[in-house]
Ligand binder design. Structure first.
Ligand SMILES: C[S@@+](CC[C@H](N)C(=O)[O-])C[C@H]1O[C@@H](n2cnc3c(N)ncnc32)[C@H](O)[C@@H]1O
Length: 208
């Protein structure tokens, strides 16, 4: 079974694609349900409570957990997904939540269906995954005034330079949330207490 230590130790997009090819089939029932993975719900709630609207691009969408939470919370707008892993996108596609699904490396130049009124992401800006250099690239997909709501693992917030990258963007709001629920304490004590920071801002203005 894929574990978080392997995911956090990734060093290249090729390794990342290989890991998620193996993980896609068990990601929801094994990892997310087993550890009571709450980050997608926290990001969805933050996005909606700050006035988020569609169309939305879900960045590093994986199996579509964040889109599922947005729908459960009543969001009716269009949602597109972008992810490096075709296997994760296949799992997401099967849920029928997304209008379009793009297989792409978000650290490279992107040609998607933007501009989007909302950019959302959970679990993609973390150990062994994507750093702040991708933010400018992603903002090319945001409409003026688009609401951006991204989770960043607290453990990489300074070490990967998210603090400096976000300081260059006016009006960023940071919310601290638990990534996992109580079930994680027994199943994966090494990671159970990890926290996420949800960064919210308006592309070109304040998050309000
Ligand atoms: C921990 S999973 C999170 C998936 C989903 N957002 C969730 O919260 O369950 C991280 C996702 O980021 C994707 N990812 C990692 N690096 C990426 C990159 N450079 N470009 C696009 N997606 C990437 C992985 O394929 C994986 O699906």
């Amino acid at each position: 079974m894929t574990d978080l230590n392997a995911a956090f130790a990734l060093t290249s997009p090729e390794d990342c694609a290989r890991l998620y090819a193996d993980w896609a089939a068990s990601y929801d029932a094994g990892f997310a349900a087993g550890l009571d993975y709450r980050l997608p719900a926290h990001v969805a709630a933050a996005f909606l409570s700050h006035g988020g609207r569609g169309p939305v691009l879900d960045i590093g969408a994986g199996t579509g957990l964040l889109a599922g939470e947005l729908r459960k919370m009543g969001f009716a707008g269009d949602m597109d997904a972008v992810d490096l892993s075709p296997h994760m996108l296949d799992a997401a596609r099967a849920k029928g939540l997304y209008r379009q699904l793009w297989q792409a490396d978000i650290t490279q130049s992107l040609s998607l269906d933007g501009p989007y009124a909302g950019l959302v992401s959970s679990g993609t800006f973390t150990h062994g995954h994507v750093g702040p250099a991708a933010l400018a690239q992603l903002e090319t997909q945001a409409a003026p005034g688009a609401l951006i709501a991204l989770s960043i693992n607290q453990g990489v917030y300074r070490s990967m330079g998210f603090d400096a990258a976000l300081a260059q963007r006016p009006g960023v709001t940071l919310l601290e949330v638990p990534i996992y629920g109580p079930a994680a304490a027994e199943k994966d004590p090494a990671h159970a207490a990890q926290r996420g920071l949800i960064a919210l801002w308006r592309h070109g203005g304040a998050a309000g």
